[in-house]
Design a binder for this molecule. Sequence first.
Ligand SMILES: Nc1ncnc2c1ncn2[C@@H]1O[C@H](COP(=O)(O)OP(=O)(O)OP(=O)(O)O)[C@@H](O)[C@H]1O
Ligand SMILES: [Mg+2]
Length: 265
Amino acid sequence: MSEAAGASSALVLEAEGLHKAFAISREPREVVRGVSLQVRQGEFVAIMGPSGCGKSTLLHMLGGLSQPGAGRVLIQGTDLYQLSDRDLAAFRRNQIGFVFQFFNLLPSLTAAENVMLPYRLERERVWPLRGLGRDRDARQRAAEVMNLLGLRGLQGHRPEEIAGGERQRVAVARALVTDPAVVLADEPTGTLDYHGGRAVLELLLKLCRQEQRTIVMVTHDVRTAAYAERVSIMVDGEIRETVDLGRRSVHDTAPLLERLSAHGL
Ligand SMILES: Nc1ncnc2c1ncn2[C@@H]1O[C@H](COP(=O)(O)OP(=O)(O)OP(=O)(O)O)[C@@H](O)[C@H]1O
Ligand SMILES: [Mg+2]
């Protein structure tokens, strides 16, 4: 196993004092209320809490998709919301991998084409005139990532032709193709059955342990959260406690359940 992510690994993501309010029935309501978070390279962190507590809103702010009302987000030292829209879009494409509950794969593209899409867009931006070589490059990179994720046989299949669990692994491959600093996953197992979900979680875990990937996942599910080494319990827009589960490979939910019940969950 690779070296444990500890105080010595680099800080990849830092959030300070994040707030977000939405106008709900014309009344502004704060749905994220002063969240701070630090994540180091190679860490697998979960943010867990009940429906509506603000998890997705928080994750969108962490990923440069939604401007906070207050606070800031730094990824590898870059202050996301100080960037211009154009630079933020490029930064997001290059340095942040997203995995969503509903996969968001393009149905008309093959699995490999879906995986290479962000990579191609990025090459396009960096080398607009490079022409032919680019596609070969993208294909090769997609194949590399898909092989790493055990998806070798699925390259030519369209999303509708593959099982849900595999679709989500294709979405993980797409999230990794540009070699981002951090992967953000929002209920990545939410629509999967037990086995499909477990395969996705085992994959995320392996990416952290063996590839030193950095992953922040939000979920309302205890068994899902227990794959992470650190679980922040979110209630009502705030992180109430962070539980350190350690880097074990057997996922005992008992310590987490105990802390959740202390918060009335
Ligand atoms: N764009 C928006 N406009 C208005 N209200 C919103 C918006 N996005 C989220 N909210 C509200 O903010 C609160 C938090 O939503 P959020 O989606 O972050 O919760 P969540 O913890 O991800 O829930 P779930 O587990 O159901 O996905 C909810 O009350 C939601 O209705
Ligand atoms: Mg959500």
